[in-house]
Structure formats: C-alpha cells, structure tokens
Ligand binder design. Structure first.
Ligand SMILES: NC(=O)c1ccc[n+]([C@@H]2O[C@H](COP(=O)([O-])OP(=O)(O)OC[C@H]3O[C@@H](n4cnc5c(N)ncnc54)[C@H](O)[C@@H]3O)[C@@H](O)[C@H]2O)c1
Ligand SMILES: O=C(O)C(=O)C[C@@H](O)[C@H](O)[C@H](O)COP(=O)(O)O
Ligand SMILES: [Zn+2]
Length: 363
C-alpha cells in the first residue's frame, strides 16, 4: 500500500509517497525529471546499501546518473561538504535541469537541498529519506542548511523538493539508536498539537520500537500530514511553523555545545523537549504528572531525558544564537498543555528552574 500525503504550498506543491519497497519502483521519480539526468548525493554508509539498486533502475530507464558520496556524520554538515557537491557537479557539467537526489538521512537531505537551492541559482531536487527522522520530518518542508561552529543550521535556504519518496523498507538497516532519534521528532508532533496521536503513541510505543511495520507506516503518514499542514500554512516560518521547533532551542544548544554529532539531533531534541516541559511547568501550565508523561514516553523510545551539564551561562549564550531570537529576545516553544504548544518568552528564573530540573548535576 502506498500512502500519499500532499504538501499544498501554492508555488511548489508536491507529494510525499510512503510505502514499503518504493526504491524498487522509482517511476514516480523518473516521471518528474526535467531531463534524463540526475546527481545522487549520499554518504559512505548508505551507498553500499541502496545506491547501486537506485542507479540500476534509473539507468535501465535511460537516466544518466552521477553519484556523489560524502563522508558520514553531522560533523560533516559543513561548507566543505557542500563544496564537494559543487565541485562534483561542476566537473561533470551538471546543468540547470539536472535533478539532485538526496539519498539518506537528514544530514544528506539538508545539504543536498541547500546545494540544489544554490547550484546555478536553483535546480530541481528530490528527497529519498532513509532514516525515520528524515521520513517523518527533515525531508518535508524545504528547510535546508549546513551547520556553523557557532550555531546549528545557521546557513541555508527554504527550498522545496519536487517529491519525497519514503521507502519504509530502508528502515530495516537503520541502527536502533538512530531509530530512537527519529522517534523524538515523532513524539514532538503529538506534543505540539495532536493529543490524539500522543495517546496513540503511548499505547503503541513498545510495538513501534519493536519495528511493527504497519504502525510505523501509520506514524510516518500522520507526522507527514501534520508537518504538511503546518508548512503549507507558513512555509517560511513567519509564525506557527516555529512550533516544529519544540525542544530545539535547548536541543540545538546541546548539539553545538557538545560538538556536532556527539549527541544525535533527535537525542538533543528529546532532552530539549523535557527542558521545555520543565519550563512550561515553571510557568504553571503543566502539572508534574504531565512532565512525567513526557519523560516516560521518551524513555520508552530509548531516548535521553536528562540534558548534559553545559552550565546555565553556556546554555544561555548558545540559545542566544537561535534563529527565533527577535530583537535580542529568545523565543521558546512551550506547552500550554500536552498537545498544545505556543511560542513565548521565558523569564530568566524559569530557564534556571528548567535547567536545574533537567540537566545532569555538574558535580
Ligand atoms: N530540514 C528539516 O526540517 C530537518 C528536520 C529535522 C532534522 N533535520 C536535520 O537532520 C539531521 C539529522 O538527520 P538524521 O537523524 O537522519 O541523521 P543522519 O542523516 O546523520 O543519519 C543517521 C545515520 O544513519 C545512517 N543511515 C541513514 N539511513 C540509513 C539506513 N537506511 N540504514 C543504515 N544506516 C542509515 C546515516 O549514514 C547516519 O550515520 C540533523 O542535521 C538535523 O538538523 C532537519
Ligand atoms: O521544519 C521545521 O520548521 C522544523 O523546525 C523541523 C525541525 O525538526 C528541524 O530540526 C529544523 O531543521 C530546525 O529548524 P531550525 O530553523 O531551528 O534550524
Ligand atoms: Zn529537528
């Protein structure tokens, strides 16, 4: 069964196709090519698993394929890696109608999308997400970026793909730690504005973590529906799209503070959502039992719920770089109740209370 979620952005609508074995029949991808030529961007881990099969199918359909294989890891989400893509495209004389195909997780997707936005001022691109995180979140919505040592995803562009092809079968090779990381973003959707889904996740988390394929398919579809709705209403994050940043103000500080790749993005978001829950409790919105519910669900997904002891001043300095900062004031995504997030500010005392409650002791 192929599930199809439509992303209804006026100037750039597209489909998210979700199903098992989609990489075995890539006709929908071929149908969208502006010329019979693609450059597939992937990494050293994914290439041996899925690249040859994809290339064989495309070549059988007469599509000329260039493969660009990058080093693997969040620490390579950099200008240097982006330049490797540009060098390869220019050397091969890739043209304006050549489609870039991102085959991989969020790191590959974010960098390929950015390269596509910039190469010859914009070429088509297609997402083939191969991690749970990429299938439920990063391949959808057109946020593309690289990191800077001073801040996460600081350089990038909004640039939508022409198609997202989420083959659930690729998750069979995904390590459990990475699967857990993706589950953090899944839980995020429930917390933001989908209480019914949050309850469903509480009921089904053990089966999801045991990789029940039907449940995973439903979760991926539900997350994509939620993200598509939010992104279609606010493509460039002038307002409500920022809700998708729940846990990220703290989480990005953890990623940059520890060094990119030490904690996975999803792990940092999980611990960051716990800090956001503690902060929401400090404001009087959540009860202790609500915070425990968040912690319990994340733990059942194999995720960290205690943040590293970077120190309050370091957290605040890193969060002061957040993209949601407005006139020097940090905007946080907070919870009015479970399933209802809002954009707000935090008094210093609430930040301190949250960090005290949610960080490892520095002793
Ligand atoms: N653009 C967005 O809206 C958005 C949303 C969420 C996260 N992100 C970004 O996404 C990145 C995290 O993405 P991620 O969690 O996918 O990490 P990732 O891209 O680093 O992939 C995780 C690991 O799994 C490996 N891998 C990928 N697919 C595999 C498969 N099928 N089998 C075996 N191994 C596989 C990768 O090589 C890597 O080692 C972060 O940089 C984050 O900032 C972007
Ligand atoms: O799509 C969005 O919008 C998100 O915020 C999704 C997040 O999960 C993702 O990590 C995103 O890259 C964070 O955005 P940023 O603008 O804070 O870098
Ligand atoms: Zn994220």
């Amino acid at each position: 069964m192929i599930r199809n979620v439509h992303v209804d952005i006026d100037h750039a609508p597209y489909s998210i196709l979700i199903g098992e074995g989609l990489l075995q029949s890539v006709e929908p991808l071929i149908a969208l090519l502006a010329q019979k030529r693609v450059a597939i961007v992937t990494n050293e881990t994914i290439a041996p698993l899925y690249l040859a099969g994809l290339v064989a199918q495309l070549e059988a359909a007469g599509v000329e394929c260039q493969s660009i294989i990058l080093p693997d890891g969040e620490k390579y989400k950099t200008w240097d890696s982006l330049n490797l893509i540009f060098d390869a495209l220019l050397t091969a004389r890739a043209e304006r109608k050549t489609t870039l195909v991102a085959l991989g997780g969020g790191v590959i997707g974010d960098m390929t999308g950015f390269a596509a936005a910039v190469y010859q001022r914009g070429v088509p691109f297609i997402q083939i997400p191969t991690t749970l995180l990429a299938q439920v979140d990063s391949s959808v919505g057109g946020k593309t970026a690289i990191n800077h040592p001073l801040g996460k995803n600081m350089l990038g562009a909004f640039y939508q793909p022409k198609l997202v092809l989420a083959d659930l079968s690729t998750l069979s090779t995904l390590p459990q730690r990475e699967f857990s990381a993706g589950m953090a973003e899944v839980i995020k959707y429930g917390l933001i504005d989908d209480l019914e889904f949050l309850v469903w996740l509480e009921e089904n988390m053990d089966a999801l973590m045991a990789r029940d394929v039907d449940l995973i398919a439903y979760a991926v579809e539900r997350c994509c529906q939620n993200k598509a709705r939010i992104v279609a209403a606010d493509e460039k994050e002038t307002g409500q799209r920022a809700l998708l940043n729940l846990g990220h103000t703290f989480g990005h500080a953890i990623e940059a503070g520890l060094g990119y790749g030490v904690w996975l993005h999803g792990e940092a978001v999980a611990a960051g959502m716990v800090l956001a829950a503690h902060a929401s409790r400090a404001l009087g919105h959540l009860q202790a039992a609500d915070v425990d519910r968040v912690i319990n669900l994340l733990q059942r997904a194999g995720l960290p719920v205690v943040s590293p002891a970077l120190g309050g001043e370091r957290y605040k300095a890193l969060m002061a770089q957040d993209k949601k900062v407005d006139a020097g004031r940090i905007k946080f995504i907070l919870l009015r109740q479970l399933g209802e997030a809002y954009i707000g500010e935090l008094p210093e005392i609430a930040i301190d209370t949250a960090l005290l409650a949610g960080c490892e002791s520095s002793k």
